[in-house]
Design a protein around this ligand. Sequence first.
Ligand code: 13P
Length: 284
Amino acid sequence: MKPMLASARRLGYAVGAFNIVDYNSARAVVRAAEELRAPVILQTSVKTVKFWGAPTIGSWLRELAATSPVPVALHLDHCTTLEVIVQCIAAGWTSVMIDASDKPFEENLALTKKVLEITESVGVGVEAELGAIGGVEDDKQVADEDAHLVDPDKAMAFCTLPLAVFAPAIGTAHGLYKSAPKIAFDRLEALGRRTPMPFALHGGTGLSDEVFQRCIRLGCAKVNISTQLKHDFIDGFVEHHLDKKEYEPLKPLRAQFDRVKQQVSQKIRLFGGEGRFEDCQSCP
Ligand code: 13P
């Protein structure tokens, strides 16, 4: 993921990081990227990894990535424990997020460095977060009043580490927005002027096209989409069944695949990833 996102930041676009839950959703993401000749990130929550078991879901995702003509990174989202990070690396993930953002600054930094030590020798990318992104992700819930924005001075301690990507809390939140979010573009801009580090934009569901594009211009090279895909995944299946009332599982699965793929294609285009599959020269 590191060379992929370094190219994206340098060239001014973002790679979509899509949270998948099974083989059908993962295949839809990869096929959308292939059609648009775009790099893509298959992202798994810790909950999804635990549901299937890392070796099982890892084998499906590795197969999709290895046989695809476009660069596909396999990324572990918001992980708080070294144990799951190590399991996923052993099962073939190519990058991991250590989320120690609820810990005191020094502890967050120390844990991030520890993960970098673990990943250095195996060439796995690392994402770290500073500040608190609101909303619910896995079992972690950050209430609006507890969400706080990144401090650009403190963030530089992370941005001088050899991370693949850094996630600054800038006012976005996981899940559905109750009202339009107030994005701290000023902080993103201040940070982007000081470092070439690619940034991750969390809480992608429900942001406007203008917000996406402005954040990408200010250095966000990875955009996370989860909640929107969960809706497409379930609605795609259920609506097909309610309409047709047939008990042939492959048909609603096909409808689900098409719905997820369409959403992913639209986002890849919006983030400027179309045709970018050859940018990342050192990708395998
Ligand atoms: P959404 O659920 O708001 O799309 O956020 C996704 C995300 O940031 C995952 O880490």
